[in-house]
Design a protein around this ligand. Structure first.
Ligand code: NDP
Length: 313
């Protein structure tokens, strides 16, 4: 037998809440299950300092701790967790799906659960990495609560930026929406809510060129007006970057049906290929929460098990 061949009944790609939950359910259904972690073991929660909205944790839990618990829970049920990144897939055979990892290992499985997630787009300006988790965030639902009575900014002009700005008014003293154009691309109904909200102020034609801090947390933003190139400083306690997400689906182009933004199209967790299922942010551009992803992982595993039964496995 090829020592570089890993075979399983259900192969899970991705080690975030969707992938770990899928693996737990697949293993508990009695299926030989492999989980390939991907490049960011534990997924997006690994860069989330405190989680207060995952049910079952009355006290705040750190993202890395939660993900470590999920991984260990999967391993306790016999899931083989492998540190590798899938770089190519071949889903042409209904009974045996083939994948290849960066490590050189080949993987074969009857059913595949894709939970490769999505990554927030970042601005790439100075201070953004330094103060991530200390005033810089890409998720108002996750971190908005920490900005009670503070002044915060949201960068972007799409639906996410609009929703985040509106959500943040529940906590913040003021919300400044910073957009590089002079009109929003967010849906009209969201625009109306933005314009009508007295806590939200919009800075048009402006981009963030640097995020300033005192070494511990964000203290302000350096802005540039794209019309006259003038620069200005804006004191600020936090900034939410909402300039879109990029689903991790490059390796599925030509193999699975994707929407215009590159997200996997699913119907009841089923993708366009029999025996391949999608879970979590890789197919969800709306909710993007750990708990919704975990729910997807559960239903994807139940579907994958049903598929294995269908092909007499
Ligand atoms: P979008 O791609 O729709 O919007 C991204 C925004 O960020 C745009 O306004 C864009 O500006 C701006 N932007 C992009 N890059 C930069 C940059 N480098 N610097 C400054 N600004 C930048 O992403 P969303 O996350 O808002 O939405 C993604 C998809 O999810 C959309 O299809 C959206 O409709 C959907 N969605 C739906 C929701 C709902 O229905 N409730 C909720 C959230 C998302 P510009 O306009 O100039 O291009």
């Amino acid at each position: 037998m090829d020592s570089n061949l890993n075979t399983s009944e259900i192969l899970v790609m991705g080690s975030g809440p969707a992938g770990c939950t899928a693996a737990i359910y697949a293993a508990r259904a009695g299926r030989k299950t492999s989980l390939i972690t991907g490049p960011h073991q534990g997924g997006q929660l690994m860069i989330t300092s405190i989680i207060e909205n995952f049910p079952g944790f009355p006290e705040p839990v750190s993202g890395p701790v939660l993900m470590d618990c999920m991984r260990r829970q999967a391993e306790n049920f016999g899931v083989q967790v492998l540190s590798d990144t899938i770089e190519s897939v071949d889903f042409s055979n209904k009974k045996i799906k083939k994948c290849r990892g960066e490590s050189g290992t080949s993987y074969e499985a009857a059913a595949i659960i894709v939970a490769t997630g999505a990554n927030a787009r970042w601005l790439g300006v100075s201070g953004e990495i330094t103060y991530r988790g200390a005033g810089v965030s890409a998720c108002a639902t996750c971190d908005g609560f920490f900005f009670k009575n503070k002044n915060v900014a949201v960068v972007g002009g799409g639906n996410t930026a609009a929703e985040e700005a509106i959500f943040l008014t529940n906590f913040a003293k003021s919300v400044t929406l910073i957009h590089r154009k002079d009109s929003l691309r967010a849906e009209k109904i969201l625009q109306r809510r933005i314009f009508d909200n007295p806590k939200i102020n919009i800075l048009w034609n402006s981009v963030v060129v640097a995020i300033d801090g005192d070494g511990k947390k964000v203290t302000g933003l350096l802005l540039k007006n794209v019309q006259d190139n003038s620069k200005s400083s804006l004191p600020m306690d936090g900034v939410f970057i909402a300039i879109g997400h990029q689903p991790a689906t490059d390796i599925f182009v030509g193999q699975l049906a994707l929407d215009d933004d590159g997200y996997i199209i699913t119907d009841g967790r089923k993708t366009s290929v029999d025996g391949v299922f999608g879970a979590g942010d890789v197919c969800d551009k709306i909710y993007r929460q750990a708990i919704t992803s975990a729910g997807h992982g559960c239903s994807a595993a139940l579907e994958a098990d049903a598929f294995c039964i269908d092909i007499n496995l």
